[in-house]
Design a protein around this ligand. Structure first.
Ligand code: NAD
Ligand code: 4TP
Length: 332
């Protein structure tokens, strides 16, 4: 059979979390793609048994092309786990396995064996407990693909929220927002909104860092010294940048209705708003990478692993966006 559908690699994430459950449930969801799940096949079969879901596992072969029909069959690229997974119980001895699944997916995208990768959640803490410095897929994939800067953007309920800084302690945020890093972030965001999301001249709302965007310097100077000069420079190139706006009112309807995306200065300035609007159906997409990567908007939910009491909407939305971006890439 010749290839006609995008081939999407899905990493199952932390084996004690709900990533395995999501992969099992995908077996019964038809998708307009070939799907290759990168995980330990025995672990998936054990989780299917715990969930009382019937699945048939087909071994991945690069040469054969099989549409994901949702008939209970899943294609798995087996990667051996270190220790048997117990739902809800983290084990640092499996952290290296988790990272190997990410490497396999990402390098497969680089080599064009896969058209995109979609990641189920990993647990950042347990990977660090294993002695491996890890702050998130976003940073890991940037390093793996030698990409100097990437941008995290979450999409859901008609909102697009990108971040100027990602997984960083709050005390380190101000120093990380420099003129050059902010300019690079906006350039990546603008470029990918045009080239990957098909927006001709995207309008971007940019948040200030300080309360009330610094109140003319009385509540902080980052807007005056860094953010506004960068916006002014990029506006001279024709970019439609609105701000720096006070973050507390930036998400009001009258602002959002005039914009295609928001750039927040830090993780918990932007993501609570987006997750309030769309948790369980949102998608995390990494901009600026040489490969397509999307992800769920939620974490490992250790409390729910193996219970069957989970929502699959964010995983389906992440796969749909990966398929769309893969198609957009093919026709660009
Ligand atoms: N894409 C990722 O890899 C990703 C994303 C977010 C968080 N995380 C990581 O996950 C771990 C746990 O994070 P957390 O506890 O802050 O967030 P979480 O998303 O795992 O859980 C927050 C709440 O939402 C519930 N929940 C999450 N996903 C659900 C689903 N699909 N269906 C139903 N309920 C769901 C959980 O039970 C919990 O009550 C942390 O290590 C965090 O860094 C990873
Ligand atoms: N910041 C993300 C979120 O809150 O959904 C999450 O931690 C995942 O990030 P990575 O995709 O970098 O792992």
């Amino acid at each position: 059979m010749t290839k006609s559908l995008p081939r999407i690699a899905i990493t199952a994430g932390e084996p004690a979390g709900i990533g395995a459950d999501l992969c099992v449930l995908l077996a019964h969801q038809p998708l307009n793609a070939e799907v290759v799940i990168i995980a330990d096949a025995n672990m998936l079969q054990a989780r299917a048994k715990a969930l009382d879901v019937s699945i048939q596992i087909q071994e991945y072969s690069a040469k054969s092309h099989t549409a994901h029909l949702g008939n209970g069959s899943i294609t798995v690229l087996h990667q051996a786990i270190n220790q048997p997974a117990v739902a809800g119980q983290l084990d640092a001895r499996n952290s290296q396995y988790v990272l190997e699944t990410l490497k396999t997916a990402a390098l497969g995208c680089v080599n064009q064996a896969f058209d995109a990768m979609v990641t189920a959640p990993v647990h950042k803490g347990i990977i660090n407990d294993a002695g491996i410095a890890f702050s998130g897929h976003t940073e890991f994939l940037a390093e793996l693909t030698n990409t100097p800067q990437v941008v995290m953007m979450l999409v859901g309920s008609g909102l697009r929220v990108a971040l100027a800084t990602t997984h960083l302690a709050l005390k380190d945020v101000p120093a990380a927002i420099t003129k050059s890093s902010l300019e690079a972030t906006i350039r990546i965001l603008h470029h990918d909104l045009v080239n990957k999301f098909g927006l001709k001249n995207p309008r971007i709302l940019v948040a200030g860092l300080n309360p009330h965007a610094g109140e003319d310097g009385y509540l902080g100077r980052e807007e005056i010294d860094i953010i506004n000069p960068v916006l002014e420079k990029l506006r001279t190139e024709g970019m439609q940048l609105i701000g720096a706006l006070p973050a507390d009112t930036l998400f009001a309807k009258h602002h959002l209705s005039k914009a295609d995306a928001v750039l927040a200065m830090y993780h918990d300035q932007g993501l609570p708003v987006l997750k309030h609007a769309s948790f369980g159906e949102g998608v995390n997409v990494t901009l600026g990478l040489p490969i397509i990567r999307t992800s769920v908007d939620h974490g490992t939910a250790l409390d729910l692993a193996g219970t069957g009491n989970i929502e699959i909407g964010s995983m389906l939305a992440a796969i749909e966006l990966a398929i769309t971006l893969a198609h957009n890439k093919l026709i660009s």
